[in-house]
Design a protein around this ligand. Structure first.
Ligand code: F6P
Length: 326
């Protein structure tokens, strides 16, 4: 068992639905071990600015259902420098905070790993990002809610697209990841996907549309991940229009809608399990790891492995989206 008595918790990077449920779980589990808990506002930024306060059961009442994060979040440039991290360490020492739990994505754990190596502050992470692109877990907190939001949006677009016989290019989030696009496409019955993990040329896209045209199909839903390599979605729409003018094309960018809203039951339960396990890990002295879920089993993955290995949507899912969507 470790000697840790005071832990700081923070959320960092892009927010994701279920972060609040995770904070609640961490605080409940830490209270169970009589730990003192400090909430650090705005992620690494708050660590540097000493924006830290005691937090307890009262603060996490009535938040399990809320999107966003009550601790706020930020992407921190300053934490990328040694000077920034040193200030953060001194702030923690001044308050006798001897352990940290971080909820975030790739950037968060990159920073966490460097911080742990430089200053030895025990840290455990929880995967919180809508992108689902973290190695060491089948699901990140927020992904399920994000795809449900995206599917709901595509269902609504389908109504008008079908009524007008239009082709819609629908852009979903995922700067480096096609997870949201692939899973949204499967669940919404979209006709095609364009994702960063699989090269798609404009010729392929146009040829498939020409085939549909020969079958007199003018209605279609194409899901594009924000980070696809084909280009900006409006530009792709222009190019298609030039080459297949028969199509009446519209573009919808779902955007940050996908990051908000009440978390699904799946995300709340995932957040609860991982929050609880993160506290248990820090109490038994298991540090520098991210708690995750693989085949429904709790796993712990080194921060370095979590960030250096790339997790991509499986070929099986990509194929499923393509074959079922034809
Ligand atoms: O949190 C992940 C993510 O939503 C990506 O899918 C997206 O590319 C990015 O964040 C957007 O970041 P920001 O809100 O800082 O523009």
């Amino acid at each position: 068992m470790s000697e840790i008595r005071r832990i700081g918790i923070f959320t960092s990077g892009g927010d994701s639905p279920g972060m609040n449920a995770a904070l609640r779980a961490i605080i409940r589990a830490a209270t169970n071990h009589d730990l003192h808990i400090y909430g650090i506002n705005r992620g690494f930024e708050g660590l540097i600015d000493d924006d830290i306060q005691l937090i307890g059961d009262d603060e996490v009442r009535n938040i399990i259902q809320r999107g966003g994060t009550i601790l706020k979040t930020a992407r921190s440039e300053r934490f990328m420098s040694y000077e920034g991290r040193k200030i953060a360490f001194e702030n923690l020492k001044a308050r006798d905070i001897d352990g940290l739990i971080a909820i975030g994505g790739n950037g968060t754990f990159t920073g966490a790993s460097i911080f742990y190596k430089e200053f030895g502050i025990p840290m455990v992470g929880l995967p919180g990002t809508i992108d689902n692109d973290l190695y060491g877990t089948d699901f990140t907190i927020g992904f399920d809610t994000a795809i449900n939001t995206a599917v709901h949006a595509v269902d609504m677009i389908r109504d008008t697209a079908e009524s007008h016989n239009r082709l819609f290019l629908i852009e979903v989030m995922g700067r480096h990841s096609g997870y949201i696009a692939v899973h949204t496409a499967i669940a919404s019955g979209a006709s095609a996907i364009v994702i960063p993990e699989k090269k798609t040329t404009i010729d392929e896209l146009v040829n498939n549309l020409k085939k549909s045209l020969r079958r007199k199909k003018l209605f279609g839903l194409v899901i594009l991940a924000e980070g696809n390599e084909l280009g900006e979605t409006h530009e792709i729409a222009k190019e298609i229009k030039q080459r297949v003018p028969e199509y009446d094309i519209r573009v919808t960018i779902i955007g940050h809608l996908q990051r908000g809203g009440s978390p699904t039951a799946f995300d709340r339960i995932l957040a609860g399990r991982l929050g609880y396990e993160a506290v248990e890990a820090i109490v038994r002295g298991q540090y520098n790891v991210m708690a995750g879920l693989i085949n429904d089993q709790i796993t712990f993955t080194n921060f370095d492995d979590a960030v250096l290995n790339k997790k991509v949507p499986g070929d099986y899912y990509i194929q499923l989206a393509e074959i079922l969507g034809r």
